[in-house]
Design a protein around this ligand. Structure first.
Ligand SMILES: NC(=O)c1ccc[n+]([C@@H]2O[C@H](COP(=O)([O-])OP(=O)(O)OC[C@H]3O[C@@H](n4cnc5c(N)ncnc54)[C@H](OP(=O)(O)O)[C@@H]3O)[C@@H](O)[C@H]2O)c1
Length: 267
């Protein structure tokens, strides 16, 4: 499989590194195209893949294209490629807010299109990537997307109508989780725990809880009740949470992020 990356910033690098280092592609099967000479030099040095600033040439030599430029640069990039993208191309866009309809308008009707919403944790192989595919996408295209993104975390296909919620939960979610962590660390520091220790404890508690719940598949409500023994420490803390409006605030947070995602998709 020959893969071209159009734009090789942080997100593309996370995918490219897992593809090359995970053995899905040999370095000579990857072309990294970027307008930034600095990025091209970095990517060539790190991964020994071919680099270029010529997007047209990349499209000529690669059947699978990962489009990873900023959303505001996407239309200009695809306009320059119109007519060159054909049925033989699978175009996978990770540009936030760019719908399949917008991609089709910019890239033309011929290429098979897939839209992906990844998140930042891709760079530590714990990403969450959700994708939706255009009608002309084939089963093999879905397999390709699962392979490309699966090396750097979990992958899920969902209808595009869910993408604003996906953007709010897993796309913006790392910042929300980090915000909670920050509050937990500050609260522990107020209990005189050294800051470095508090950070490690908070990180590991979040990681461990996530992995535990994922591996066991346990019902979350039942898990909370099980760890909160009557009159114990967890129950004492939970009673404060339950009396607060934290659930409503989290609801408003995700609703605001989803509403902004909807606005950006229409822009
Ligand atoms: N960061 C996240 O958590 C996240 C989550 C989900 C989705 N995304 C999406 O991922 C995409 C990439 O984000 P990023 O943070 O990796 O961006 P980034 O670091 O800015 O990387 C984009 C790269 O593409 C280059 N570029 C711009 N126009 C180009 C063109 N016409 N041809 C080739 N290269 C071009 C840029 O060069 P210059 O710097 O010289 O312009 C830059 O090196 C965005 O669309 C974003 O919406 C990001």
């Amino acid at each position: 499989m020959t893969i071209g990356f159009l734009g090789t910033g942080k997100m593309a690098e996370a995918i490219l590194s897992s593809v090359v280092q995970g053995g899905l592609c040999e370095p000579w099967e990857v072309v990294a195209c970027d307008t930034s000479a600095e990025r091209r030099d970095w990517i060539a040095k790190q991964y020994e893949v071919a680099v270029t600033d010529d997007a047209v040439q990349t499209v000529k030599s690669c059947k699978v294209l990962v489009v990873a430029v900023k959303p505001q640069d996407l239309d200009a990039l695809l306009a320059g490629l119109k007519g060159r993208l054909t049925e033989r191309h699978l175009v996978i866009s990770i540009a936030a807010g760019k719908t399949l309809a917008a991609l089709k308008k910019a890239a033309g009707a011929k290429p098979r299109l897939v839209r992906v919403m990844p998140n930042l944790a891709l760079s530590v192989q714990e990403g969450m990537s959700v994708y939706c595919a255009a009608k002309n996408a084939k089963p093999a295209d879905r397999k390709t997307v699962a392979q490309l993104f699966g090396g750097a975390g979990a992958v899920l296909e969902l209808p595009e109508r869910h993408f604003d919620a996906v953007t709010a939960l897993s796309g913006s979610g790392p910042a929300f989780v980090a915000y909670v962590m920050q509050a937990m660390i500050a609260a522990a520091a107020a209990l005189k725990l050294p800051k470095d220790a508090a950070r490690l404890l908070a990180e590991q508690t979040l990681i461990g809880t996530g992995i535990y719940l994922q591996n066991t598949g346990r019902d979350i409500g039942e898990f909370i009740q099980a760890v909160a023994s009557p009159k114990g420490t967890t129950a004492a803390g939970l009673s404060v949470l339950e009396a607060s409006d934290v659930k409503a605030v989290i609801g408003q947070t995700l609703a605001a992020a989803a509403a902004r995602s909807r606005e950006l998709s229409k822009a």
